[in-house]
Design a protein around this ligand. Structure first.
Ligand code: PXG
Length: 440
């Protein structure tokens, strides 16, 4: 496409001018590979944007969407229903940990986050604790781009551009290169100490004013930061002690990314609310789901009088096409054993880990970290250009036939869970070559 044809689309989170000068166009995708407009095959080591966990172009999902479009293309969801959303909810409740049996639909991770924050406020209000309005997030946390999400998120660029609009404070992030560089699996040191910071924040604000803590079990967009051992359990304990809700943002971690359906199960910590999106439909239709504990629903819904209990919802909540895509996606995850395929102690995750850590000692590499089929390689910042190295490596890898995510001075990998050892070999080979090319 020429420059004129590219002019109208204002692209999201993209350097528009650079893209339009040198477009990278995808025209097809199948299994582990993209096809570019030059008919190149590119290995997808990111599952799209962390969402195509079952690989691309699965006929079962395509057929389910097509069939649904011909049967019931749309159904209003305020005051009306369609059977598929109830079936899907039942299925998600079965998959969810603990008592997280109530499912509220959105169209994205950002909307799932806003929904979860509102549920937390509504829960406390229903209990006569309307003063609990502060949310605790974490540095380097990413909770989408809406005003609640950027407030609790910990990415400075979002705050700089758009401010922080709901009352908030932040825990420190958990990365510590002095203690935990080149961790394989969960970092060993500092988990409980880091989590104990929450006590300090509670002292600062008082528990009577704090609604919830929201964190990603493994920070994704902030750089792939697995939680140090003991961290999540301690956070849960502190929340319980002070009547503070715990929200796990599993938009990336959910649906097999950590070797179980949810990271909550992997790390054996049950939050009050889980946010999801991405892998829920394998990226094939926009959809998010918020899984809420029975206690949240009972307080907000059962405890209310007649009429609408939660003033919240979207035109496309529980959209029939997205429900069909999600049902088909869950079929595939189950039939192909994908939830557990990347289990941390499993053969595939260990093979991935060995490949990744073989890159230790290459020029500029200051950290390699991984958990299950999720990993990051971090580089020394270039003189005068902090945050640029990930982009350089990403571009070099793209030219050699592999897609990576660049996250500042790191690159991330979160491949489709259908990945085979031969793809891992190819990926590590291309990554090594890209690092040598760019950083030697
Ligand atoms: N929570 C988490 C944990 C996320 O990772 C969102 C919420 C927002 O989801 P939506 O669907 O509104 O985008 C996300 C999204 C990247 C990248 O490369 C990460 C995300 C989205 C786009 C790019 O780091 N995460």
């Amino acid at each position: 496409m020429n420059t004129t044809e590219l002019a109208a689309h204002w692209m999201p989170f993209t350097p528009n001018k650079a893209f339009k000068a040198n477009p990278r166009m995808l025209v097809g995708a199948q299994g582990m590979y993209w096809t570019t407009d030059e008919q190149r095959q590119v290995l997808d080591m990111t599952a799209g944007l962390w969402c195509c966990n079952a690989g691309h172009g699965h006929p079962h999902i395509a057929e389910a969407i097509a069939r649904q479009a011909q049967t019931l293309d749309y159904a209003p969801c305020f005051g009306f229903g369609h059977p598929l959303s109830f079936e899907l909810s039942e299925r998600l409740a079965q998959l969810a940990p603990g008592n997280l049996n109530k499912v509220f639909y959105t169209n994205s991770g950002s909307e799932s986050v806003e929904t979860a924050l509102k549920m937390a406020l509504a829960y406390h209000q229903a209990q006569g604790n309307g003063g609990k309005q502060i949310f605790i997030g974490r540095e380097r946390g990413y909770h989408g781009v809406n005003f609640g999400g950027i407030s609790v998120g910990g990415l400075t660029n979002n705050h700089k551009a758009f401010g922080q609009w709901i009352p908030n404070d932040h825990l420190s992030h958990t990365q510590d290169l002095e203690l935990n560089a080149f961790s394989r699996g969960l970092p060993l040191y500092g988990g409980e100490e880091k989590a104990n910071e929450l006590e300090k924040l509670i002292k600062r604000h008082d528990a009577s004013r704090i609604a919830a803590v929201i964190i990603e079990p493994i920070s994704g967009a902030g750089g792939v930061l697995p939680p140090p051992i003991g961290y999540l359990k301690r956070i849960r304990e502190i929340c319980d002690r002070h009547g503070i809700l715990l929200i796990f943002d599993e938009v990336i971690c959910g649906f097999g990314r950590t070797g179980n359906v949810f990271a909550s199960q992997t790390f054996d910590v049950i939050p009050d609310i889980i946010t999801t999106a991405k892998g829920l439909t394998n990226g094939a239709a926009p959809m998010g789901a918020v899984l809420a504990g029975d206690h949240i629903y009972e307080a907000v819904v059962e405890g209310a009088g007649a009429g609408v209990e939660l003033f919240h919802g979207y035109t496309y909540s529980a959209h029939p096409l997205a429900c069909a895509a999600a049902m088909a996606t869950l079929d595939i995850y189950e039939q192909e054993g994908l939830y557990h395929r990347g289990a941390e102690k499993g053969e595939l995750a260990r093979y991935f880990e060995q490949g990744l850590h073989s890159l230790k000692g290459l020029p500029g590499v200051v950290d390699i970290r991984n958990y299950s089929l999720l990993a990051a390689v971090e580089f020394e910042p270039l003189n005068g250009k902090p945050g640029a190295t990930g982009g350089l490596i990403q571009t070099a890898a793209w030219e050699q036939g592999m897609m990576l995510r660049s996250l500042g001075d790191a690159i991330a990998m979160s491949p489709p869970l259908i990945i085979e050892k031969s793809h891992i070999d190819d990926a590590i080979g291309i990554l090594e070559l890209s690092i040598r090319q760019q950083l030697s």
